[in-house]
Ligand binder design. Structure first.
Ligand code: GLC
Length: 749
């Protein structure tokens, strides 16, 4: 289908004498002209058309016609101006069809927005965000998001509900997989990188995708790790831990934010005017689009702060939630509230203006199709270049957790390989739980990759067991294959349905009887290399004990099988780190590196100190941890100024040497501790990292610069302050770095 050149708004009859041209309703117009054009448009809209702009319906509603009132079909609702955006419509044919109705049949011809969950790739699925965060390579994450934007926009999508920027310190919560882990510093850099990747430099560009920082806010602090549960925390924790990634996304230009399902300290986020209108809009001076999370508006009734749908709708709109996703409360239950004067029209207008301004920013009034057509879609999707990028991203996101007697990398002339486990040939374990338009037939599983690289004859396969239950009928075959092979590659972990939304687990153990299978294979005496495919930290101490090497591959994307092969055979030297702490068992949760010292710091030799009597208080694997096929030495730590003022800059440098026999990347990490302050401070906080590549024997001096932001925190009165005192610096390859130094901050505030 050739691209229909959409005439400017003159043809839409919106350019009326004496009115600002609505055709200036795009990013190239000055803000003043844009505002005037939008007000021109709004002055001609009915209340129903205004509320229609705030109404987002799902694809299925259009298909079943459920979207309309009085049995209207989805198309009729569009033609009547009753919908402003869609969720989950994919493909240029479908999006163009619906858009054409909006811009030719509706009275005011306002273009639609098409939104979708493009979380870690569109058709080319990349590693899950938690894996990519472990690459400690924001530029790579930006590249992945950029490719996702190129593919999604080619399919007619304008708006993605990503990046998910929720800090998460409880791996029972299934959605840890969607974010960047436990640390606000890493999470903030990843949030900004993904926003830049999705949005590009100019939102009117045809491959720019409006980004959404979600879920605002503190969704990851769900009590008990149980999804959708309440969150409660001190204002200091909210502002120093959970809000920074949102601020980073806003500072990077994120055009949209999604409210979260949870309540925070008694106020459901969909009715939290203090944090939406107050903090986001007033204090941060951000005027983007706030969208509900699915039926979050309706759920205010379940929360018990709204008596009926209209109440819920009014509470959410007044709080600043502009777009109502799928509950259709704004469109169906608010007209009466407004016409009765209960809900001021000005409240509606504020949100309508933000929706229209967003459409302007995307240039949709000039080109409602955002340049999407069949030819572009075909040329953009799943290209060889995109596949290469996905394979590179997966290789840079795989973490080596254990490697005894250099079990890895495997020699390429190794004899026979036994590929065992329920996830060795599971394409969905490559895609994860938010695969976008990713398809299992596109995914390269580990078994497929190993057969291709080693040849069928050298690869034996046995599934061994399932992911759930205790069926051991496959054990014998698996053990037999192990005995007749030179090495066992055991692929275990979680199914993607055990991860992401509504997938909280009360246990962090390997599900089912996978551990029993690992033990049976270890009993053969053959070296077992265990590869984890999972969406959360797991308590895999026993698996590590049964294995010569342990590799964390997460859900690595459609090229995951190839990337795992690259790492196992040394074509890629693993360098990724953990972006989230691995507990020894679920009883330790929450456990994270940036913890406080307490009044009785843990001490194995003293009973009355903060620890457990049945397990060590330390994690199985700490934040920032990961091994390499080479080794690195840190020395020559230099702190430029022994004393600095509160706003002073501090330079820290360290010499890093590759002391091994092969080249590799090292993630050099800098942590800071404020020794004494007016409120307790974490023992360590990540304040800098560099992923560097060093050839064997090569040394490099790595420099960091610290500033006020790195020392500041919210005090008891919620002032963001820097207080005088000694700061300790720790530098190394994980949050347990030992090389340290210190400096004084001499003046506060
Ligand atoms: C879901 C998720 C949210 C997603 C939205 C639209 O419930 O919480 O992350 O973007 O609905 O699919």
């Amino acid at each position: 289908m050739s691209r229909v050149v959409i005439p400017s708004l003159v043809a839409f009859g919106l350019l009326l004498p004496g009115y600002a041209s609505a055709a200036e309703c795009n990013a190239s117009a000055t803000p003043a002209r844009q505002k005037a054009a939008i007000h021109t448009l709004m002055s001609r809209m009915t209340l129903a058309e205004k509320l229609g702009q705030l109404n987002q319906i799902g694809r299925q509603a259009v298909a079943t016609g459920a979207a309309g009132t009085q049995g209207q079909s989805g198309d009729d609702v569009i033609a009547a101006g009753g919908v402003g955006s869609f969720l989950g419509v994919r493909g240029v044919a479908e999006t163009r069809h619906l858009q054409e109705i909006a811009v030719t049949r509706s009275r005011l011809k306002i273009p639609l927005l098409f939104a979708d969950d493009v979380i870690h790739g569109y058709r080319t699925t990349f590693p899950v965000p938690l894996a990519e965060a472990g690459s400690f390579d924001p530029e790579m994450a930006e590249r992945s998001a950029r490719i996702a934007a190129v593919e999604a926009t080619a399919s007619g999508i304008h708006w993605t509900y990503a990046p998910m920027v929720d800090i998460a310190r409880d791996p029972r919560w299934g959605r840890v997989v969607e974010g960047s882990g436990e640390d606000p510093y890493l999470g903030s850099l990843m949030a900004a990188a993904r926003v830049r990747g999705f949005q590009g430099r100019d939102l009117t560009a045809h491959d720019s995708l409006l980004a959404t920082a979600k879920h605002f806010v503190a969704y990851g602090a769900a009590e008990g790790g149980r999804d959708y549960n309440i969150a409660s925390m001190s204002p200091q924790t909210l502002h120093d831990v959970y809000l920074p990634p949102f601020k980073a996304a806003v500072d990077a230009g994120a055009g949209s934010i999604m409210a979260s399902f949870n309540e925070l300290d008694g106020t459901p986020m969909h009715a939290n005017g203090a944090l939406i209108n107050g903090l986001l809009r007033k204090q941060w001076r951000w005027n983007g689009l706030v969208v509900s999370d699915y039926t979050g508006v309706m759920e205010l009734m379940h929360h018990g702060i709204a008596d009926n749908r209209a109440d819920a709708g009014e509470r959410a709109l007044r709080a600043g939630v502009d777009v109502d996703m799928v509950s259709e409360i704004y469109a169906k239950d608010l007209p009466q509230r407004v016409s009765s004067g209960h809900l001021p029209l000005a409240v509606v207008d504020a949100s309508v203006e933000r929706v229209l301004a967003t459409k302007c920013r995307l240039g949709l009034f000039d080109d409602p199709y955002h340049g999407a057509d069949v030819a572009r879609e075909r040329a953009s999707i799943l290209t060889a270049e995109h596949r290469r990028a996905a394979r590179d991203a997966a290789g840079r996101s795989i973490v080596l957790l254990k490697n005894t007697q250099e079990a890895l990398p495997l020699r390429k002339d190794i004899g026979k390989v036994a590929v065992i486990g329920p996830l060795a040939d599971e394409p969905w374990a490559m895609l994860g739980n938010w695969p976008g338009d990713g398809k299992p037939e596109d995914a390269v599983t580990p078994l497929a990759a190993l057969k291709k690289s080693l040849g069928e004859r050298r690869v034996a396969y046995a599934r061994g067991t399932g992911l759930l239950g205790d069926d051991r009928s496959g054990f014998d075959a698996a053990v037999a294959e192990a005995k007749s092979s030179d090495v066992v590659l055991l692929f275990v972990g979680e199914g993607p349905e055990m991860s992401a939304e509504a997938a909280s687990r009360s246990s962090l153990d390997l599900p089912g009887n996978q551990q029993a299978l690992a033990d049976a294979l270890a009993a053969t005496g053959k070296p077992v290399i265990a590869i984890l495919l999972n969406g959360r930290p797991l308590s895999v101490g026993k698996l590590a004990d049964a294995s010569s090497a342990l590799v964390e591959a997460w859900f690595p994307g459609i090229e995951g099988g190839n990337a795992i092969g690259d790492v196992l055979f040394g074509d890629v030297n693993p360098a990724a780190r953990l972006a989230i702490t691995f507990p020894r068992n679920v009883g330790q949760v929450p456990i994270y590196y940036a913890h406080k010292n307490t009044g009785r710091p843990p001490n194995a030799g003293e009973k009355y100190t903060s620890k457990y009597i049945d397990v060590p208080w330390t994690p199985l694997y700490p934040f920032g941890f990961g091994l390499s096929y080479t080794t690195f030495r840190y020395d020559g730590l230099k702190i430029a100024s022994p004393r600095i003022a509160a706003n002073g800059r501090q330079k820290v440098s360290v010499a890093v040497t590759n002391t091994g026999k092969r080249a590799g990347d090292e993630v050099v990490q800098l942590y800071l501790r404020d020794e004494v302050a007016s409120v307790t401070r974490p023992l360590r906080q990540l304040r800098g990292f560099r992923r560097i590549h060093l050839d064997a024997g090569e040394s490099r001096v790595v420099e960091f610069e610290l500033g006020r932001e790195d020392y500041a925190f919210h005090d008891a009165a919620m002032h963001k302050v820097v207080e005088p005192g000694r700061f300790d610096v720790f530098i190394g390859g994980s949050s347990e770095a030992t090389l340290s130094g210190s400096f004084e901050v001499t003046a506060g505030r």
